[in-house]
Design a protein around this ligand. Structure first.
Ligand code: ATP
Ligand code: MG
Length: 317
């Protein structure tokens, strides 16, 4: 009997968000910010929290430090219903942190990766791979240890009969060094956004990128923001699905992770990729109805209610 439906492997950090700052930072000077929010950051954590909210039994493998930020990360994940027993506490490295300087719609971020960059396949308890149906990996460019070991993690998952999904997320150094021909044959569901896919495949258009990856994928969903998503499957015609738009978008922080949560929740339950795409578009849209990545995901019933009230859709999960 599996203890988990999904184990997420990803980055973990806190966000220190500064709002209402008196001007931009200047070397050698000091400025006041009128508001500070200290909260759990990391997009993989948004995924884990939201898929747990939809009802998947969810665990998290990530590396944090033996510090107060680590305690905050642990308790925040736990409060969201995510199992924290697999988190690894490094005695060498501090927990990651992102300092976000908010200026109206834009933000200047500086991230200290810390422990998240050092976790490798060796650090993981291999028996965990016998306790879940599915492994979701995300933010590989933030975690050089995991990125290096991706082929091993994916092959080990497959040997143990698990399915896998991978969201590459943004590459902060913008090198886009990702051997998709080698990696994608071991991934069941690949979940890039359009820009990431074009950069990874060095393509000028979405069409060109799609042609390049098609021989290597099983299922791929390209996330396209307000344009919706494009579902690609081996030997099948691509399916474009419009977004469920609403006129009262609060923000789109974490929309991609919420899409992933809906899609993977449905996929692991055995839904077709077509149905999973509808559910992903809906959970991505639901994400935009409240602030931040997890604001709209307070309970399964609340999520279903937003689907009905804001988008006139029955969320079948
Ligand atoms: N403003 C919006 N209104 C409705 N649906 C949206 C909106 N923005 C995103 N979505 C839905 O959520 C999905 C994922 O969003 P997006 O394409 O922004 O992912 P992403 O770029 O990976 O985001 P993230 O920054 O969270 O990683 C889209 O495919 C779409 O279906
Ligand atoms: Mg994304």
């Amino acid at each position: 009997m599996n203890k988990f439906d999904v184990i997420a492997i990803g980055e973990l950090n806190v966000d220190v968000i500064l709002n209402n700052i008196d001007g931009e930072p200047e070397i050698g000077k000091e400025k006041f910010a009128k508001e500070m929010i200290l909260t759990l950051g990391s997009s993989t954590a948004i995924f884990a929290a939201n898929i747990a909210c939809l009802g998947s039994k969810t665990g998290f493998i990530g590396m944090i430090g033996q510090d107060t930020f680590g305690d905050l990360i642990e308790s925040s994940l736990s409060n969201k219903g995510v199992d924290i027993s697999m988190l690894i506490r490094s005695d060498k490295y501090s927990s990651g942190a992102t300092i976000c300087l908010n200026y109206h719609e834009d933000r200047a971020n500086v991230t200290y990766q810390g422990a998240m960059d050092f976790m490798t396949f060796d650090d993981m308890d291999k028996t965990l791979f016998t306790k879940t149906k599915h492994i979701h990996l995300s933010s590989i460019f933030m975690q050089s240890g995991i990125k290096k070991d991706l082929p091993e993690v994916l092959k080990y998952s497959r040997e143990n009969g698990l399915t896998t999904s991978l969201d590459p997320q943004w590459d902060p150094v913008e090198k886009w060094d990702f051997d998709y021909e080698k990696i994608l044959p071991y991934v069941n569901v690949f979940l890039p956004n359009e820009t990431e896919l074009k950069l990874i495949t060095q393509s000028h258009s979405l069409d060109e990128a799609v042609q390049k990856i098609r021989p290597f994928i099983d299922i791929c969903v390209v996330k396209r923001g307000r344009e919706g998503s494009l579902l690609l499957q081996k030997n099948q015609e691509p399916i474009h699905l419009d977004a469920f738009l609403n006129n009262e978008t609060i923000d789109a922080i974490g929309a991609g992770d919420s899409f992933n949560a809906g899609f993977i929740h449905a996929f692991v339950k055995g839904e077709t990729a077509e149905n999973a795409q509808i559910i992903g578009n809906l959970t991505g849209a639901i994400n935009t109805t409240a602030a931040g990545g997890t604001g709209a995901f307070t309970s399964k019933d609340a999520v279903k209610e937003i689907a009905m009230l804001k988008f006139n859709q029955e969320l079948k999960i």
